[in-house]
Structures are given as structure tokens and as C-alpha cells.
Design a protein around this ligand. Structure first.
Ligand SMILES: C[S@@+](CC[C@H](N)C(=O)[O-])C[C@H]1O[C@@H](n2cnc3c(N)ncnc32)[C@H](O)[C@@H]1O
Length: 277
């Protein structure tokens, strides 16, 4: 998967999201092959380990994919439930979590979770899962319902405003005349190397603030990803191994700056740490 184009797009159906991820299940974990994902998942790992203290008890990994974070949090949580739309990614997660007695994996949609009210101590959702959902209010309402009061909800979404927009005048123009976030189209490849596309929604900080507030959460932290690298056109990183290396180094800069405002809000991605009030 790689970002090469962002363009006008409509949101996807749950069926198309499932089909897309099923079609890339074999290659999904090749994260280290591209600077973009190497940077992103390094930040996720650091973020997860710095939040270990709030990730205890019974945990939900919403949109767990191949279980990268599920397996990581299983070491400290009493119990972890990973849910996802894609059966093929869930199979990969099952392989990864084999032998972890406190992990359960389920096929479920974030817009209607099959869990009792207040049945989780914390919920994590890394990998811009919520940027895949057309009715994005529903997962927030569902997490609010299944999370205990005082519980932690960590999620990442794409930002509407990021440095890279200057390289995409059509997108930037549309962003300027559109209130709120937009659907973008990413060009990617399936397991057989065939071109496919992914539709992802960006959010403004104000939209996220409104969403969390109306669903009973209070944000206490924001961490940007792809802040420094997006000062250069994102497509460049795929041109040569040297440019890939430069982007990996630029990604390291994010480790230093992206937890501070205003940088957190200028990354292509932002991780929000929130608490259920
Ligand atoms: C980029 S992947 C992230 C997976 C994992 N959290 C990670 O960081 O590797 C996005 C995941 O969200 C899942 N997803 C998208 N929409 C969903 C929904 N409505 N309900 C459950 N999972 C969903 C996809 O199937 C996919 O596994």
C-alpha cells in the first residue's frame, strides 16, 4: 500500500473495505518496505508503550487488522478483544496471537459492536480505522457505550490540513471551499501487485473535538505523524532507496516535535488520546 494520489472520492461501503483488506492480507505486514509505513508504525509502537499504564484490564482493539497492536497490548492487558471487518486480516491476527490465551478475535463492524455497555476498560484504534467509516459518528457512539467511565480511548485519523496539501493544488483548493474533512483516494496494490484504491476520510481538529465531546470523551493528548516528511512531496520517497532513507530520517524528526502543538495538528495523521468522562 502506498499514498500516491489524493483525489476527490466518495466514502466506501463496509463490503468494499472488507474486500480491499482481504485482497492485501498477504502483504499487509510488509511495513518496513516503505518509509511511510515504517515511520507510521514506529510512532504507533512508541505511542502504545508510552500509554501502557492506561491499557490494563479488558481492552478492545477496534479495527485490529493483522493484530500488530493486539499482540503488543496482550502483554499488559488482562484480556484483549480484537475486532475487524476483514476475515483474511483476522486470520493473520489469529496466527500472530496464537498462544496468547488472553486474546479473542472477532469479525465485527465498528458501527455496531456486539458487546455489552461499559464492558471495556480501554479501547485502541490505530491505523486510521475511523477514517474508513462513512457513518463515522457511529463508532464514536459505540466506543462511548462499551467503554467504562474514566476509560481510555486512543484512535488515529487523517488530518485535513497537512503540509503536503501544497503539492496537490486541486485537493488544496477543494479543501479551502469545503467545510470539514474530505474523502481522499489512495492508490495501492493488492497481494498480486494489481492496482487498487482505498478511500479514506480526513478530519479537521474542530470536527474531532465536536465528535469526542458529543460522545462523552475528553482529549488529553495529540501526537502527529508524517509532519516533517510531508514538507516534501510524499510520492518522492518511492523514487529511490536514497530518498526512502531521507524520508525515514525525516520521520525521526517527528519523534522529537510531533507531540507538541502546533506540530501535532500538521501531520498527515494524528493520534488522539482521550478519556471517557
Ligand atoms: C489500516 S488498517 C489498521 C489495522 C491495525 N489497527 C494496524 O494498525 O495495523 C485499517 C483496518 O480497519 C478495518 N476497518 C475499517 N472499517 C471498519 C469497520 N467499520 N469496522 C471494523 N473494522 C474496520 C479494516 O478492515 C482494516 O483492518
Amino acid at each position: 500500500v502506498h499514498v500516491s494520489v489524493s483525489n476527490q472520492a466518495q466514502g466506501p461501503t463496509a463490503a468494499s473495505v472488507r474486500q480491499l483488506y482481504d485482497s492485501m492480507a498477504e502483504t499487509y505486514d510488509n511495513i518496513d518496505e516503505e518509509a511511510f509505513y515504517a515511520n507510521q508504525y514506529r510512532v504507533y509502537r512508541r505511542h502504545l508503550s508510552s500509554h501502557r499504564a492506561c491499557l490494563k484490564g479488558r481492552l478492545l482493539d477496534l479495527g485490529c487488522g493483522t493484530g500488530l497492536q493486539t499482540a503488543a497490548v496482550a502483554a499488559t492487558a488482562r484480556e484483549v478483544v480484537g475486532v475487524d471487518l476483514s476475515p483474511d486480516l483476522l486470520n493473520k491476527a489469529a496466527n500472530r496471537c496464537r498462544g496468547l490465551a488472553n486474546v479473542e478475535l472477532m469479525l465485527a463492524d465498528a458501527t455496531g459492536l456486539p458487546f455489552a455497555d461499559s464492558s471495556f476498560d480501554a479501547v485502541i484504534s490505530y491505523g486510521e480505522v475511523l477514517s474508513h467509516v462513512v457513518e463515522y459518528d457511529k463508532p464514536f457512539a459505540e466506543v462511548s457505550r462499551v467503554l467504562k467511565h474514566g476509560g481510555t480511548f486512543i484512535f488515529s485519523v487523517l488530518n485535513k490540513w497537512y503540509f503536503g496539501l501544497v503539492y496537490s493544488p486541486a485537493d488544496a483548493g477543494r479543501a479551502l471551499v469545503t467545510a470539514g474533512g474530505q474523502w481522499q483516494m489512495w492508490k495501492c496494490e493488492d497481494d498480486r501487485g494489481h492496482p487498487t484504491e482505498m478511500r479514506l476520510r480526513t478530519f479537521t481538529k474542530a470536527e474531532i473535538d465536536a465528535l469526542v465531546t458529543r460522545n462523552g470523551f475528553v482529549v488529553y493528548g495529540r501526537q502527529g505523524i508524517h509532519v516533517a516528511p510531508t514538507v516534501f512531496p510524499m510520492g518522492l520517497q518511492r523514487r529511490s532507496v536514497w530518498l526512502d532513507l531521507v524520508f525515514r530520517k525525516l520521520g525521526r524528526l517527528d519523534d522529537l516535535v510531533a507531540q507538541y502543538r502546533p506540530f501535532a495538528n500538521w501531520g498527515y495523521t494524528c493520534i488522539y488520546s482521550s478519556r471517557r468522562s
